[in-house]
Write a protein that binds this ligand. Structure first.
Ligand SMILES: NC(=O)c1ccc[n+]([C@@H]2O[C@H](COP(=O)([O-])OP(=O)(O)OC[C@H]3O[C@@H](n4cnc5c(N)ncnc54)[C@H](O)[C@@H]3O)[C@@H](O)[C@H]2O)c1
Length: 216
């Protein structure tokens, strides 16, 4: 926010639980009152429980789905009439590489992110003739305050062996992809899932064997 103000812009922040549709609608109403238009929506809120499916409570399952997936729907539903009236809008949803590749202990998270990919495509089609684009950014393994404790040296090494580019990602690189999709450079892109994961989602190689994929 400070960077926006220092660059001569105007910025403000509100806090709400994205899983509560009335709270999301109230923020959109406030925004509209203050700025008169809404050009970009970035659906970023996300939570994860690292548990086996059979160990999850109803509340944990529902919290992940409600925050990651329902929240996205509530926010998009609230801004679409505004963007439609403007005939301009960019909606960018934060998905994950786990929307596509499976890993134990991430059941509700992966389910929500797979839903986000389908939601992105379905919504993109509905609003395409109104000047609104809808895309998702699917990060791979990024060092954030949330994930730093997970990346011990051994875990980091295991991931670096598996990521084709060979290193973990930085939050700024995700922000770069979001900024691109929000910009006019991405005007002809809609309904796409942009993986920012160092190539992780395409990798079927066996990193501990020399070109281990050649087994046919
Ligand atoms: N860090 C990664 O490696 C990674 C990888 C793939 C996808 N992602 C996705 O990127 C997004 C950001 O993740 P992050 O790593 O920066 O995590 P983070 O925990 O740092 O940020 C998530 C934010 O969501 C907010 N939030 C959680 N529940 C909320 C709710 N009910 N209402 C409003 N806000 C809520 C939290 O306060 C936090 O600010 C998430 O959607 C996450 O799933 C992250």
């Amino acid at each position: 926010m400070n960077a926006i103000v220092e660059a001569g812009g105007s910025a403000s922040a509100w806090v709400a639980d994205v899983g509560q549709s009335s709270a999301v609608q109230a923020i959109v109403d406030q925004l509209l009152q203050q700025y008169g238009r809404i050009d970009v929506l970035v659906n970023n809120a996300g939570v994860v429980y690292q548990k086996l499916m059979e160990q999850l409570t109803d509340e944990e399952w529902l919290q992940v789905l409600n925050t990651n997936l329902n929240g996205m729907f509530y926010a998009a539903r609230a801004v679409i009439p505004v963007m439609r009236a403007q005939r301009h809008g960019r909606i960018i949803n934060l998905s994950s590489v786990l929307s596509t590749v499976a890993r134990p202990l991430n059941g509700p998270y992966a389910t929500s992110k797979g839903g986000i990919n389908a939601f992105t495509r379905a919504l993109a089609l509905e609003v395409a003739r109104d000047g609104i684009t809808v895309n998702a950014v699917a990060p791979g393994h990024i060092l954030t305050p949330l994930t730093v404790p997970m990346f011990t040296p051994a875990v980091t090494q295991a991931f670096e062996d598996r990521i084709p580019l060979g290193y973990l990602g930085k939050p700024e690189w995700i922000a770069d992809a979001v900024a691109f999709l929000a910009s006019s450079h991405a005007r002809y892109i809609t309904g796409q899932i942009l993986y920012v994961d160092g190539g992780f989602n395409i990798n079927g190689d066996l990193p501990h064997l020399e070109f281990g994929g050649q087994v046919e």
